[in-house]
Every structure is written in structure tokens, then in C-alpha cells.
Ligand binder design. Structure first.
Ligand SMILES: Cc1ncc(COP(=O)(O)O)c(C=O)c1O
Length: 388
């Protein structure tokens, strides 16, 4: 057994890049000022926040006034979904959002909350078994009564990439605004907001080798979202609260590095992912790839295995030194099958045996080969135990 962990869970979070840590460090100690203070310490911190905002804006291809720093992507998603609902209510207008059944809970749960409190309504756009938006059908559902369409760019659980720029093109002549949760995409996909055609975009720096505890929101027209918190005038009042300067500086650096490397990293990881997928499907009986085989995140391989309990599989892999995920909020003591996989039509048996393997900077061909052998062995043993 391995003593060190081989980390294959990069969709959950990533280790911080040393270059990101290096630019953050002075803002914890030497330049600790509050950006809202008038003195030099404050102004030094304010300059750092301002430079970070400008850097994020130039990468996303927008003005600095459209970039907001929050505490996480969950907050950014909530700010868009609730913020727009409040604006609509205050204007005496109806709020109807369209989303897909395979969004992250930080999109689906706010919409459910809005609907259950009578503050608006939402419905699902159809996706195929791979979780991809059905092009012919979604167009008919986006009527002029729809206020917002929210679609994940790269799905966290099954890796499918959605055609956001095509949706953006379609929505250009519609009243509906477009939000994309691009949390899983920053390491692999160019995030130019005009090319994507989005009005809102959410990012989470800890998914691209940056710090936890900070989120990014792009809002083309910030006036369209009513702030969820009231307080000071930080972030133009859209998100009041003292700036977390080191995390904001780190978020901008991490985005710069991720977007600069996205093509090379995609080219490096895609063949490793494909080899993993090919060998799992060839060597393990009764298993299926989940998500789209072609349009999928380059680091993402996800499967379902018949007659396997995800929790037992993850625990066994962990004992062998491999950190993977089931792809859902499936935790020990919560043996529920993945809601997303059930929504896509998988049986309970298959949805209970999900495995997500997400590669990253530390992943090499050698790692994949060793992992494959362990996986085959572990699945065989777990199935034998079941049969005994
Ligand atoms: C697609 C997607 N959206 C949103 C989130 C939430 O991100 P955060 O941890 O920054 O709240 C995640 C995290 O797993 C995610 O994968």
C-alpha cells in the first residue's frame, strides 16, 4: 500500500500554487491595511485590490466595474439568482429562471428557495443522458417571459461541457439574461465573457490552484442585481464587508496563471484522461462512463459501477493512497445515490456506484497506470465480498 496520497480529486479543490502563495504573503503581514482607510497602509491595500480587479477584468475581457469579489462561488451564484429576483420583485416584474437538473446545489437550491418563498419560479431545461443541453428543445422554452437562464459551463460531477457561447448567441435577441457557473472551467477553457455571450459568470479560485474563501463574480450590468447584504460601500455596495486583501490578490494571480496555461494543460491531460477512460471501460465489467465522451473537461473521468457502493469504493481507494470522489455530496453515513445521476436516468444501483477521478498538475502517465491496477483490484474485491 502507498503511504503518500495520490491526489485525483482536483474538481473538489486544488493545492495552492507557490507563485500564488508568494504574491499573497505580504498582504497578511507587511501590507495589512484596510483598503477603505485613507492612510498609506490603506492605500497600499486598496491599490492591490484595484490591480487584482483590473487583472481579472482584462482576462475576462470586461471592465473592472463588472468584477466583484465575494467569499466563494456559492455566494456569487446566490448573489445572481437572489439579487435578480429581488430587483424584479421591486420593479413589479415576474421572475422566471431556467436552469438544468444537473447544476451544482449552489444554483438549484437558491432557485428552489426563491420558488418556495413565492419570490419567483424556475423550471428545468432538458438535457440528454450525458447531461448536455438539448439544443433543439431549449430554444422553444426560452420565451420572452424568461428573466434568467443559468447553465453550468463544465459540470462538476460528470464533466460535460455545455455550449454556452451558442446559448449566448441565441439569447442576444431575447430579454433573458445568461448566467454561467464556470467554476470547473477556468483551468481548461478560455473565459472571455463576450465570446461566451454571458451576463454573469461565477468563479472559485480554489478550483484553479488559488486560495479558498474567495469567489469572483462577473456582472455585465451590476445594477441588475440587488445586494443581499447591506453595509459599507465596498465592492460598490454590491458586496459590502472589509476586503480580504491577500485572498483577492491570490485569486487574481491564480486566474492569470490558469488562463495562461489552459491550452497546454488541456493538451497534456486529455490523453491521460482518455487512457484512463478507455482502460476502465475495457478492463472492468459492468461499468459506464458518465457525461459526454467528447465534450468533457480534459481532466475529468467519471464512471458508474454496478453493484458497488461509492463510499466503500472511496474508502478502499483511500486506504491504497488514492484520493478520489463519488462526484456528489456523498459522504460516509450518507449512502444516498447521486441525485444528478438519478435525474439523468441512471438506476439506483448504478447511481450508488459512482466514481469521479479528476486529474491535475501532479498527474502523470505513471500515476494513471498504477491507479488503474488498484482500481481494478479494489472493484473486483468489493464485488466478491458482495457475492459472498
Ligand atoms: C460547479 C460548481 N459550482 C459551484 C461550486 C461551489 O464553489 P465554492 O466552493 O467556491 O462555493 C462548486 C464547488 O464544488 C462547483 O463545482
Amino acid at each position: 500500500m502507498l503511504t503518500e496520497t495520490v491526489y485525483l480529486d482536483h474538481s473538489a479543490t486544488t493545492p495552492m500554487d507557490d507563485r500564488v502563495l508568494a504574491v499573497m504573503e505580504p498582504y497578511f503581514s507587511e501590507f495589512f491595511g484596510n483598503p477603505s482607510s485613507l492612510h498609506r497602509q490603506g492605500q497600499r491595500a486598496e491599490a492591490a485590490v484595484s490591480a487584482a480587479r483590473q487583472s481579472v477584468a482584462s482576462i475576462l475581457g470586461c471592465s473592472a466595474g463588472s468584477i466583484f469579489f465575494t467569499a466563494c462561488a456559492t455566494e456569487s451564484n446566490n448573489l445572481v439568482l437572489h439579487g435578480l429576483a429581488i430587483t424584479k420583485r421591486d420593479a413589479g416584474q415576474a421572475y422566471h429562471a431556467l436552469t438544468t437538473p444537473i447544476e451544482h446545489p449552489s444554483v438549484i437550491e437558491p432557485l428552489r428557495h426563491i420558488q418556495s418563498h413565492g419570490a419567483g419560479a424556475y423550471s428545468f431545461l432538458p438535457v440528454d443522458r450525458a447531461g448536455k443541453l438539448r439544443a433543439a428543445e431549449y430554444r422553444q422554452l426560452v420565451t420572452d417571459e424568461i428573466s434568467l437562464v443559468s447553465i453550468v459551463l463544465g459540470n462538476n460531477e460528470i464533466g460535460t461541457i455545455n455550449p454556452i457561447s451558442e446559448v449566448g448567441d441565441f439569447l442576444k435577441h431575447k430579454p433573458a439574461l445568461l448566467h454561467t457557473d464556470a467554476v470547473q472551467a477556468a483551468n481548461f477553457i478560455e473565459l472571455d465573457v463576450d465570446k461566451l455571450g454571458v451576463d454573469f459568470l461565477t468563479l472559485s479560485p480554489h478550483k484553479f490552484y488559488g486560495p479558498k474563501g474567495v469567489g469572483i463574480l462577473y456582472a455585465r450590468d451590476p445594477a441588475s442585481i440587488t445586494p443581499l447584504m447591506q453595509g459599507g460601500s465596498q465592492e460598490s455596495g454590491v458586496r459590502p464587508g472589509t476586503h480580504n486583501v491577500p485572498l483577492i490578490v491570490g485569486a487574481a494571480k491564480a486566474l492569470e496563471l490558469a488562463q495562461a496555461a489552459h491550452q497546454d494543460e488541456s493538451t497534456r491531460l486529455r490523453p491521460l484522461r482518455d487512457r484512463l477512460i478507455h482502460e476502465v471501460l475495457r478492463r472492468i465489467p459492468e461499468c459506464e462512463l458518465t457525461g459526454d465522451p467528447e465534450d468533457r473537461l480534459p481532466h475529468h473521468a467519471s464512471f458508474v459501477f454496478a453493484d458497488i457502493d461509492s463510499n466503500e469504493l472511496l474508502a478502499s481507494l483511500d486506504l491504497h493512497g488514492y484520493a478520489c470522489s463519488s462526484g456528489s455530496a456523498c459522504k460516509v453515513g450518507n449512502p444516498e445515490p447521486s441525485k444528478l445521476l438519478l435525474a439523468l436516468g441512471y438506476s439506483e444501483n448504478l447511481a450508488s456506484g459512482a466514481l469521479r477521478v479528476t486529474l491535475g498538475k501532479s498527474s502523470s502517465a505513471g500515476v494513471i497506470d498504477a491507479f488503474l491496477n488498484t482500481l481494478i483490484d479494489v472493484i473486483g474485491r468489493l464485488r466478491n465480498q458482495e457475492a459472498d
